[in-house]
Write a protein that binds this ligand. Sequence first.
Ligand SMILES: *Cc1c(COP(=O)(O)O)cnc(C)c1O
Length: 468
Amino acid sequence: MKYISTRGDQAERSFCEILLEGLAPDGGLYLPAHYPTIDAATLARWRPLAYHELAFEVLSLYIDDIPHADLRALVVKTYTAATFGHPRIVPLRALEPGVYLEALSNGPTLAFKDMAMQLLGNLFEYELARRGQSLNILGATSGDTGSAAEYAMRGKAGVNVFMLSPKGRMSPFQQAQMFSLQDANIHNIAVDGVFDDCQDIVKAVSNDLEFKRRYRIGTVNSINWARLLAQVVYYFAGYFQATKVDTEVVSFAVPSGNFGNICAGHVARMMGLPIRQLVLATNENNVLDEFFRTGTYRVRASSETHETSSPSMDISKASNFERFVFDLLGRDAPRTRELFRGELDRHGAFTLTAAEFARIGGYGFVSGSSTHADRLATIRDTFQRFGTLIDTHTADGLKVAREHLAPGVPMIVLETALPAKFAQTIVEAIGREPDRPAAMRDIEQLPKRYTEMAADAQAVKAFIAANA
Ligand SMILES: *Cc1c(COP(=O)(O)O)cnc(C)c1O
């Protein structure tokens, strides 16, 4: 399998060439040159497989530059019941007739990002060892991504993590999750500023090409193709659990922010998984819902971006979205470049033509949005009627899923985090604290390892230089 850029760069690359990279050199995103399709016989053969076996089957269609035995060993090591808390890894549970929750959030940081990040950690370690190289991962986080990256990379040979977070602005639980890590290769930097300051520092450091090359600075953000690929697997796993035969169709509802999770669903559907609808749910930051309703994609300024009670979906632009638009436009790279580089850079928005917009139905996408009040009502209702406590992001997904139910089509809502991470809103909804997994009960009391720093790129560079 070769990989191409959504903006037309002619070079074709293999999986391991793009594994450690971010954007393609022309500013586009990488996608496979084509989607391998799955026939009925293959689907039947995959149905009984354990999660790690299924992961191997899916990944090996897209990765041909890691020997099969090695790839198999990497997925076996990644997807264990010990790491993901359940032998089925992504167990499905029924809520009401026809509506299911697929648990993607039983990994080490209690959010779905572990599903991909844990694999990425093992892939990075493997590939860096093979090349005899090392990598310094630099990132900014206000919550889920940073902790998922740190838990995936902790103790990995050849990898250091430098993670900036706004001092005092994460929840005590999220902060404790990150700062309690004692691994020598994990460096938490608490920046005196807000999240945007952290992100500006990452940009400033990455724009210093000399420094970037010298210290082998890399990232693990959600545009990484390997992360997206790892997520394709659980769409298959969810489908097999919700159906008995391979002629049945299902729909998925996906709490969305950067469009990474649902883009993996799009890939699964392109491969031939019988998905009727991909239901995209946003919170008050409804950039994507607006697009799917109107055909206009308008990125928001930070001042227009709301701080909500489903914070991992608080985005101003969706960094993976270009991948879907490229497919929607029939893989027309010049047109994709015109929209994302021309229109978006100049006007902060683009609008599809009527003919382009009309194609969306063929890709199964529908959408909706949810508010704080919806979230509280959905959490309360789900708890009262089914005795099931869901988190705020999953509540957004469930609320929008209910607007798109169809008789005879199972609706699988992806559970993207556990309620323990968002205790404050849970208390507001049901009047009591959510339970925590036993291992995390007293996490705030653990010793913390972090460095405080002014919002100053030079200081961060000096710290990296001293610790890389
Ligand atoms: C990251 C995240 C999302 C959004 O996923 P995208 O891939 O960015 O669309 C939703 N819920 C939770 C809990 C997350 O951490």
